[in-house]
Design a protein around this ligand. Structure first.
Ligand SMILES: *Cc1c(COP(=O)(O)O)cnc(C)c1O
Length: 427
């Protein structure tokens, strides 16, 4: 009875917070999928695939129309000529990254961009050829650095340094990470870390790590798949060498949407950096006169190879417009409130669940990673039942349920519902 009264009071509070939310109108700019009974899902999978903005179909359709009616002329005519279409994304991407426009570009997909930038920033010597990553790195990142090691003739079994949390812990402690760099830095060529860890939701202290890495002359790059559009970034001021991201997670740009890359301004004019080349990275002034010698564009654009798919860019453009209008600071502020609310309700209603994501909002984005106090089979069953109840979250082996309330389209009521559903299922 008492928990019932408390739950009702909490629902009132959640609804009140939704009414007071200055960003509540953002939700209306998205298609929210419906449950089997026709109610909006409580969608907590923005960490995996963000929802579709309502404006996306219009922007794609405009380019289909341009192609239909203009043919090849669409490269140069219309409100958004295809030749420079990707540049429309640059200002907002720069804002989201804390970067100068010359430092960012929308291109390819994350793993491709990672390989392109490792070719330039992993420059091993016999004395210094190791790469540092975290032991629970996303598989694609491990494949990418291992492939780079092999390309240079090194054996990943020796040359890949993988950092694990302390025994019995889930999170990497910054001090442990820094002390490995202090101790081993002289033999490490490149460090690759996540901005936000995909499994635990931990937000890395990119500024401090970068400073220590550079004191030891290591190049450093970040995989921002779970960070961009989720947490504020200051890549330029932090002096990060390079970064890559995809835009179908918190950037809501649809499956396989165009990814992006950051290269710090201090590398912008460095034509000596080895790199792969293609005509889209070549100087725009002479691109179409097809000179024999390659002259890369200054900045991140100089790592482009091909002309990008306009149909993969249009969804990102529509989504970035929503970010631009809402403002990342305001979004982050709501995000901290939403996730803190979820954290405290979970502790109150289901204290037996362990939340492996850091409790400190400054050390996480919006995602919470939950471990249930039961067997693998039972936990997976709970996850399935959550889905059946319209609470969309995901399961990650071996035993993690990832839940991400995003400030653009989630509500405090969504959070309340999820916590109630979980509590009911755990009984
Ligand atoms: C989602 C994700 C990727 C995806 O890579 P693609 O090249 O876009 O398929 C890569 N790394 C991390 C950490 C991710 O979370």
């Amino acid at each position: 009875m008492t928990t019932r009264i408390a739950a009702t009071a909490h629902l009132e509070e959640a609804l009140e917070r939704d009414r007071a939310d200055p960003l509540s109108a953002c939700r209306e700019q998205f298609h929210i999928p419906l449950t089997a009974t026709g109610k909006p899902q409580s969608y907590f999978c923005g960490h995996s695939l963000g929802l579709q903005p309502r404006s996306t179909a219009t922007l794609i359709d405009e380019e289909l129309q341009a192609w239909k009616t203009q043919g090849v002329a669409g490269h140069f005519t219309g409100p958004r000529p295809w030749l420079s279409y990707h540049e429309l994304m640059t200002p907002t991407l720069a804002d989201l990254c804390g970067a100068l426009p010359i430092e960012v570009v929308a291109m390819n997909s994350l793993s491709v961009n990672l390989q392109l930038l490792l070719i330039s920033f992993y420059r091993p010597t016999p004395q210094r050829h190791r790469i540092l990553i975290e032991a629970s790195a996303f598989a694609s990142d491990r494949y990418a650095v291992s492939a780079q090691l092999k390309l240079h003739g090194y054996d990943p079994a020796q040359a890949l340094v993988e950092l694990s949390p302390r025994p019995g812990e889930d999170l990497l402690r910054t001090e442990d990470l820094l002390s490995v760099i202090e101790r081993e830095g002289h033999s490490i060529a490149t460090i690759l870390l996540p901005g936000v860890q995909y499994l635990t939701g931990q937000l890395f202290d990119m500024q401090r790590i970068t400073r220590i890495a550079q004191q030891h002359d290591c190049t450093i790059g970040f995989d921002l798949a779970h960070a961009i559009g989720n947490v504020p970034l200051q890549l330029h001021d932090w002096n990060v060498d390079f970064a890559v991201w995809c835009s179908y997670k918190y950037l809501n740009s649809g499956p396989g949407a165009i990814g992006g890359a950051f290269v710090h301004e201090r590398h912008a004019q460095n034509q000596q950096l080895p790199r792969l080349a293609g005509w889209w990275g070549h100087d725009k002034k002479t691109r179409f006169s097809m000179p024999h010698d390659y002259s890369p564009l200054p900045g991140a654009e100089g790592w482009q190879l091909s002309n990008p798919s306009v149909f993969a860019c249009a969804p990102l453009l529509s989504s970035l417009d929503i970010f631009r209008k809402a403002g990342l600071q305001a979004l982050r502020s709501k995000s901290v409130q939403l996730t803190t609310y979820m954290y405290s309700l979970l502790q109150e209603y289901s204290p037996q669940i362990s939340i492996i994501t850091p409790a400190d909002p400054q050390q996480r984005g919006c995602q919470l990673s939950l471990r249930l106090p039961m067997t693998h089979t039972e936990s997976k069953l709970i996850h399935e039942q959550l889905i059946n109840q319209g609470m969309i979250c995901d399961w990650r082996e071996p035993d993690i349920i990832r839940v991400a309330p995003t400030p653009l389209y989630n509500t405090f009521e969504d959070v309340w519902k999820l916590v109630q559903a979980l509590q009911g299922l755990l009984k």
